[in-house]
Design a protein around this ligand. Structure first.
Ligand code: KG4
Ligand code: ZN
Length: 341
């Protein structure tokens, strides 16, 4: 089985070739940062156009690098949602047409299932069951994962996703788009103790909330600016204090969710999984409390084609054939997925 994976749900074009038994043969990701930076955020129409320009050459490139002839592909997997509908349509129509021409099944993959399974590309791969912390720009979920397609969401954000909060706070601090990684970089030079910020809903439940924290940061920024103290040092201290509050909140919820579900394995995935402070805090805690922790390498945390190729291979192995229709679902809950029959 050799699966070509295509990811175009948002602002990264990704492609990869995954072979069962051999692993990842080739992968490539092209970021659209430069396209959207002048606008301070993602412009959906520009995202679609850039995917159109980049995708076909990228497919040729990964196939060459993998040493795979297009005729050897057994499946073409693509992100069918959730995401920006125009962007999704680029990958979906390319994948479905290619599959039709090659007479192989096309597999529409749920983007978050891709993130969820990405840690399994690492060695050692986590075994089922596990608790997943899925933290990206659009989602913040705690998922009880019993097997492929057997997902129960035990905690979710009531407002902003944590990646979105990183991006919004970055904007408050006038950092260039994309904000999350820039904010994390600035936080490295700051003191997390300088500003006391809330750890929202820390005392109860598994749901998350980040809009109050974002407002608290905005008030600090405004107060510091009004008093003429918003210099580099202060901006770094605000970034560090925010990052500490967001990471603490995630850590508290993970610990509670492990206790409540009785699971002893935590898998972290999604773009915010690339955050160094989160990785260090959870790493120390896993050591102290004796739970297993799986973090994919940062490049497998952010959007990529490898996770889509891999999720497609898992679905194909479980016997799921192609639907022979173009799937692009901007909104799609992970809990609507079904285990293979
Ligand atoms: O999974 P992803 O690449 O795309 C989505 O599916 O959303 O996640 C992107 C999100 C963005 O909000 C970005 O700011 C955040 O992940 N992010 C980070 C870091 N790297 C990416 N947030 C905090 N620290 C990082 N190092
Ligand atoms: Zn993503």
């Amino acid at each position: 089985m050799i699966v070509l994976g295509i990811e175009t749900s948002c602002d990264e074009t990704g492609a990869a070739v995954y072979a069962a038994g051999r692993g990842l043969l080739a992968e490539a990701v092209a970021s659209q940062t430069a396209v959207h930076a002048p606008f301070g955020g993602i412009v959906p129409e520009l995202a679609s156009r850039d995917h159109i320009a980049k995708l076909a050459p990228m497919l040729g490139h990964v196939l060459r690098e993998a040493g795979t002839d297009v005729g050897e592909l057994s499946h073409v997997a693509y992100t069918a949602g959730p995401g920006l509908v125009g962007a999704l349509m680029v990958g979906a129509s390319m994948a479905e047409s290619l599959a039709l021409a090659l007479d192989v099944p096309a597999i529409g993959v749920h983007h978050m299932e891709g993130h969820l399974l990405a840690p399994m590309l690492e060695t050692p791969a986590p075994g089922f069951p596990f608790l997943a912390l899925l933290v990206s720009g659009g989602h913040s979920l705690l998922v009880h994962v019993e097997g492929l397609g057997r997902y129960s969401i035990v905690g979710r954000t009531l407002d902003d996703a944590v990646g979105e909060a990183f991006d919004k706070v970055a904007r408050l601090l006038e950092l260039a788009y994309p904000g999350g990684p820039a904010l994390a970089a600035l936080a490295e030079h700051g003191s997390a103790e300088r500003f006391a910020l809330p750890r929202p809903l820390a005392d109860r439940g598994l749901n998350l909330s980040f809009s109050g924290l974002k407002t608290a940061v905005r008030l600090v920024v405004e107060a510091e600016r009004a008093s003429g103290r918003l210099d580099e040092r202060t901006r770094a201290d605000i970034a560090a204090s925010f990052e500490a509050a967001a990471v603490d909140t995630l850590v508290i919820k993970c610990v509670r969710a492990l206790a409540e579900t009785g699971l002893d394995r935590l898998v972290v995935a999604g773009g915010v999984g690339a955050n160094r402070r989160l990785r260090e805090r959870l790493g120390a805690l896993a050591h102290e409390r004796g739970f297993a922790l799986h973090f994919p390498r940062p490049a497998l945390c952010t959007d990529n084609g490898a996770m889509i190729a891999y999720a497609g291979a898992c679905r194909a192995r479980a016997g799921r054939a192609g639907d022979a229709r173009i799937l692009a679902r901007p909104r799609w809950s992970l809990e609507e997925l079904e285990p293979p029959r």
